[in-house]
Design a protein around this ligand. Sequence first.
Ligand code: ATP
Length: 405
Amino acid sequence: RAGEIAEELGVEAYVVGGFVRDLLLARPNLDMDIVIEGDGIAFANRLVQEYGGRVKEHDKFRTAVAILPDGRRIDVATARLEYYEYPAALPTVQLSSIKMDLFRRDFTINALAVRLNPKSFGKLVDFFDAQRDLKDRNIRVLHSLSFVEDPTRIIRAIRFEQRFGFRIGGQTERLIKNAVQMQFFQRLTGSRIFNEFKLLCEEKNASRCIVRLEEFKLLGQLHPGLELNAKKIGLLEKIDEVLDWYRLLFLPEPEPDPWMIYLLGLCSEMNDAEVADLTDRLNFSKRDQREFLSLRESVSTAFNRIGGWISRSGPLSELCLAIETLPAEGLLYLMARSTREEVRKGISLYLTRLRDEGIAITGQDLRRLGLTPGPAYGEILRIVRAARIDGQAEAREEQLALARR
Ligand code: ATP
């Protein structure tokens, strides 16, 4: 129907980018990007007139997002006939608007389009031999100044390479090495690097992406303390595993932020001053920086308490007490970091069950037992809860009896 709407408006419509790439790779993708040769904003408005929903316009870029009633988002951009100015002093080139739009993209595999207008519906538009790259499993830039134009593409190249099991092509790899050597990466703002790092951590095999960052010497450029060694790589791989496991639990609460867990791992051999330097470089706000440093601190305190718990062979409730103030990111990091089976089991039990399991008695019950309200209440309830975790006071009656004692 999008194609018919375009036809009625007298414009050409294309679906472009990741959606087309994933279509050809037979991978699911719900984010649709449409490029209109004509007025993209008018097209987005017509789309929601038909389907319902609403449009968010960005006049400056002539782009819009159509948000359909089912929550699906369709990004609509406007392609105009333009002259492409190379960043260096090279001749300008005039291109047709869709070709121009595609030429500005990062890699050939992301520069495919499919026509939507009825007369040519479904026709693939491939100006840059992207189909061959998809077949050869190759990540290739569209021109040799691509990484000069936008060095974040280096991180994107690694992300797509690892996600699809592709390989960054020879020439593209040389261009990356060149850009790294020329320190183009240094010119990027911290927020842009951090955003790309966050996206990279969302990948299933983020540890391999991080190893690739190191192979291109990017970690060291960001901060010398980030450089990898066998121990850190092992830890990052464990984080992959723990996150995989956690995602499969489909817990109702929001997913933890993977970047926090990987960053804890990457900074595991740095001191606080070095971590503060790094987070400054990544443009963390003072508040986010404090929060990350405090997460590191509580994880390390919990780690030490867990050490004591292991050597005493303490009850499960003691482990729970050591970890109960940690957010999910901290708990998952400790699971990855610990080499002891009983710790991993204990934390997993806590995450999946014990964390949400309350006790059957409340402050009201304590009042009925004749206890004066005060700080003792918290202590009593904590003792009852510990006993419950250790399987010693399952029933309400047993819990009441324990509180009375
Ligand atoms: P993902 O599956 O990770 O969302 P995607 O390809 O859809 O992958 P987006 O970041 O949503 O990635 O970008 C959409 C499209 O915009 C890409 O397919 C690419 O064509 C283009 N693009 C995104 N970032 C850049 C960039 N830094 N430089 C050039 N083109 C880009």
